[in-house]
Design a protein around this ligand. Structure first.
Ligand SMILES: [Ca+2]
Ligand SMILES: [Ca+2]
Length: 629
C-alpha cells in the first residue's frame, strides 16, 4: 500500500468514525441481525397465506427513455477530486473487495429513535424518499444546468432537520438520478463510475452534499447503472479495439448476428462493430456489460464500496432484470444467473453495513417481480403494478382494480414494496389525471397511506405537468420554484424548457394551506408520526352503503396503534357509510382529513359498526380507540 493509499485509507476511516454516531442512531442492530435472515416477513404473518395471482404484463418501456440526440460531452476538468476518484479504488480493482473497507461497527444495544422518529429495523422502512434529477432541480451558476451546489441550497425545502417546523416536506432521503460522468443528459450511459458529471460539480461538492443532507436527517441514494456502459466508456473502447483486448470479455460478443429483438419489441439487441456483434439491449450506444465475467462483477462491488466510503446510504439499480442474458431471445430478462448475481452482490455490500438500502428497478408483472423480493436480493423493488392500479382506480372511480392488484402482491412482503405514483420514465401523473386537482389529492392520500416505502418524484408534490417539447425529457424538465419564466430554477437559459407552471410552482403554494404542497407536507408528517402507516400490518376494511365501491378503506396496525384509512375516489358525497370492524372499537379520532368528515358512534346493538360521512374526494386517517372497559 502506497503512502497515498494509506492516507486515503486513513481519511476513509476518519470519515467512518465521524459517521459512526449517526450510524449508531440509525439502527436496531441487535434485532436486525436476527431478523435480517427472516426477510422481515414477520411483520405480516396473515399475508403469507395469500397466493400470488398473475397481473397483466406491464413491461412496455425501456428504463432509460427515448434515445437522446448525441452531443459531445464537455471537456473533462481534471481537478484534484477527479484525480483522487480515478486513482484510488480503480487502482485496486483486482484486490479483494471485502478487504477494502472496515466493516462498520454495529452496536449490540438498541438505540433510541433518531430525531426523525426512525425506529424500524432498517431506515428505509421509515422513510419517504424523494427522487430527483440533479440537472433539473436547481442551477447555482447560471449555465442552465442543475448542479450539486444548487441542490444543497434547496435541501431545507426537502427537510430542514428541525422536527418543530412544518414548512418543509419532511422527506428522509433523496434518490439522485445518475450523477456519474456520462455522455447523455439522462446519465444512463456511464463513462466513469467514480467521477461526478463535471457539469454537476466535483467529488468535494458531493461530499458536501452528503454532509449537508445528513445534517438534516436526509439520506442519499445513488442510481447505479450496472447493466450497461456508454460505448464511449474506456472499457468498451478497449474491448471493441480487438478480439484479444484485455477488456474484450467485459462485454458480450458474437461472431454472427443472433438476430434478437429487444424484449419489449422494437429494435435489435445486437449491434455490428468491426466484423463482430455486441449485445446492447437498450441501444447501440449502451453496450451491456458481461456479468458472467467475474472481473466485471468484482469491479461493480469495488465501485459500490467507493461510494459507500463517501457516505452514501443506498443504491437504486437500473434495469435490474437484464443483468445476464440467456441463450435465446426469449431469455433476456429475469434469468437465474441475474438472480444469482444480485445475491452475490448483496452479500458483498451488506458486509459493509446492513443499513445500505438496495432498491431494484424490475419493471414487469408481479409474478416476475416477487422473486427479487425474497430477502436475499433487493431490500425494495418498485411496485409498478400498484402504481398503475392507483391511477386506474382513481380514473374509474372503482376500488376493485386496486384490491385485485393488492391481493396479487400479498406474496411479496410489504417491507419490500416501493410505492410511487410516477417516475422519470412515465408521463407526469398530474397530466395523466387531466390536471384534475381533486384526483391528484386522492392519489397523494393513497400513495402515502398504503403499504410500501414511498418514492416521491420531484415536482409531483406541486402537481408538475408533463412538458410539451416532445424531446424525450418532458418528464424530467426543470423544477418550478416560482411562477417566473425560468421558474427560479436558473438565472440563465434552462437546459430544457419548463412545463406550464403558473400554478405548479413552490412559491404559489407554500403559504396556501389548501395547496397540494401543503397536503403533501401534512401527509408525510402524519406518516412520519405514525409507525402503523409505515410498517404496520394491512387489512381491508369492509364497507357498506351507497357509493362505497368508489371508496378504498383499510386498517394499518402497529402494536396498540390502530388506524383506519378511508379515501373516497368518487365525485359524490357518501353519507353514513358503515365501517364494519371485526373488533370492538370504542371511538374514532380524526388524525387527518380531506374535506369535511363526520363520525357517528355505533348503535348499542352493534358495537363493531361505525359510520362516516365523506365528501366527494374526501379522505381521512382515523385512529381507532379502544372500547371503554
Ligand atoms: Ca449549473
Ligand atoms: Ca445485461
Amino acid at each position: 500500500m502506497s503512502s497515498k493509499q494509506r492516507q486515503l485509507r486513513s481519511e476513509q476511516q476518519e470519515q467512518l468514525s465521524r459517521q459512526r454516531m449517526s450510524w449508531w442512531m440509525i439502527g436496531l442492530y441487535g434485532v436486525l441481525l436476527l431478523w435480517g435472515s427472516q426477510g422481515c416477513l414477520d411483520y405480516f404473518p396473515p399475508d403469507k397465506e395469500h397466493t400470488a395471482q398473475q397481473e397483466p404484463t406491464l413491461d412496455h418501456s425501456s428504463s432509460t427513455g427515448p434515445e437522446p440526440t448525441r452531443q459531445e460531452p464537455p471537456p473533462e476538468r481534471l481537478t484534484q477530486d477527479r484525480i483522487e476518484a480515478a486513482d484510488e479504488p480503480q487502482a485496486e480493482a483486482d484486490a479483494s473487495p471485502e478487504a477494502r473497507e472496515p466493516v462498520r461497527e454495529e452496536p449490540a444495544t438498541e438505540p433510541a429513535p433518531d430525531r426523525l422518529g426512525h425506529v424500524s429495523t432498517y431506515w428505509w422502512q421509515d422513510a419517504v424518499i424523494y427522487q430527483l434529477m440533479l440537472r433539473s432541480f436547481q442551477d447555482s451558476d447560471g449555465d442552465g444546468i442543475g448542479d450539486i451546489k444548487g441542490l444543497i441550497s434547496r435541501l431545507d425545502y426537502l427537510n430542514d432537520g428541525d422536527p418543530n417546523t412544518t414548512d418543509d416536506l419532511g422527506v428522509n432521503a433523496i434518490w439522485l438520478l445518475p450523477i456519474f460522468k456520462a455522455h447523455s443528459e439522462h446519465g444512463y450511459d456511464t463513462i466513469d463510475y467514480q467521477a461526478i458529471q463535471p457539469e454537476y460539480g466535483t467529488l468535494q461538492d458531493f461530499k458536501n452534499l452528503v454532509k449537508e443532507a445528513h445534517r438534516r436527517g436526509i439520506r442519499v441514494v445513488l442510481d447505479m447503472v450496472f447493466n450497461h456502459t456508454s460505448d464511449l466508456h474506456p472499457w468498451f473502447k478497449d474491448a471493441s479495439a480487438s478480439p484479444t483486448s484485455s477488456k474484450r470479455d467485459w462485454y458480450v460478443w458474437r461472431d454472427t448476428n443472433p438476430n434478437w429483438q429487444q424484449p419489449w419489441g422494437g429494435g435489435t439487441s445486437w449491434h455490428p462493430l468491426n466484423g463482430f456483434f455486441y449485445y446492447g439491449v437498450f441501444w447501440k450506444g449502451m453496450p451491456d456489460l458481461n456479468f458472467r465475467h467475474p472481473p466485471v462483477r468484482q469491479q461493480m462491488t469495488v465501485i459500490s464500496h467507493f461510494w459507500l466510503s463517501q457516505g452514501v446510504d443506498g443504491f437504486r439499480f437500473d434495469a435490474a432484470r437484464y443483468m445476464v442474458e440467456g441463450k435465446t431471445s426469449n431469455e433476456q430478462g429475469d434469468q437465474p444467473e441475474t438472480h444469482a448475481y444480485w445475491r452475490e452482490y448483496r452479500t458483498n455490500i451488506k458486509k459493509v453495513s446492513k443499513q445500505v438500502m438496495l432498491v431494484g428497478e424490475v419493471w414487469t408483472d408481479i409474478g416476475n417481480i416477487i422473486p427479487y423480493c425474497k430477502g436475499d436480493e433487493f431490500d425494495l423493488v418498485f411496485h409498478f403494478p400498484i402504481a398503475e392500479a392507483i391511477y386506474q382506480s382513481i380514473t374509474k372511480r372503482q376500488s376493485y382494480g386496486l384490491w385485485r392488484a393488492l391481493e396479487a402482491s400479498y406474496a411479496m412482503p410489504f417491507t419490500c414494496w416501493s410505492a410511487f405514483l410516477s417516475n422519470h420514465d412515465q408521463v407526469r401523473i398530474m397530466t395523466r389525471l387531466n390536471k384534475n386537482m381533486a384526483d391528484m389529492r386522492t392519489a397523494a392520500w393513497l400513495f402515502l397511506t398504503l403499504p410500501g416505502t414511498p418514492f416521491l418524484y420531484y415536482g409531483e408534490e406541486i402537481g408538475t405537468l408533463q412538458g410539451t417539447e416532445n424531446k424525450g425529457y418532458d418528464t424530467r424538465a426543470p423544477m418550478a420554484w416560482t411562477a417566473a419564466p425560468q421558474g427560479g430554477f436558473t438565472q440563465g437559459k434552462p437546459w430544457h424548457p419548463l412545463p406550464q407552471h403558473d400554478k405548479a410552482n413552490v412559491a404559489g403554494q407554500t403559504q396556501d394551506p389548501n395547496s397540494l404542497l401543503s397536503l403533501y407536507r401534512k401527509l408525510i408528517r402524519v406518516r412520519n408520526n405514525h409507525r402503523a402507516l409505515r410498517t404496520g400490518t394491512f387489512a381491508p376494511l369492509i364497507l357498506d352503503g351507497q357509493g362505497v365501491s368508489a371508496v378504498v378503506a383499510f386498517i394499518r396496525t402497529h402494536e396498540k396503534q390502530r388506524l383506519a384509512v378511508v379515501v373516497n375516489m368518487g365525485q359524490q358525497p357518501i353519507q353514513k357509510m358503515t365501517l364494519k370492524f371485526s373488533i370492538d372499537v370504542g371511538s374514532m379520532r380524526t388524525v387527518a382529513s380531506e374535506g369535511k368528515v363526520t363520525l357517528y358512534p355505533p348503535t348499542p346493538n352493534n358495537p363493531k359498526f361505525h359510520y362516516v360521512d365523506l365528501e366527494a374526494g374526501g379522505a381521512a386517517v382515523l385512529e381507532l380507540l379502544p372500547a371503554s372497559p
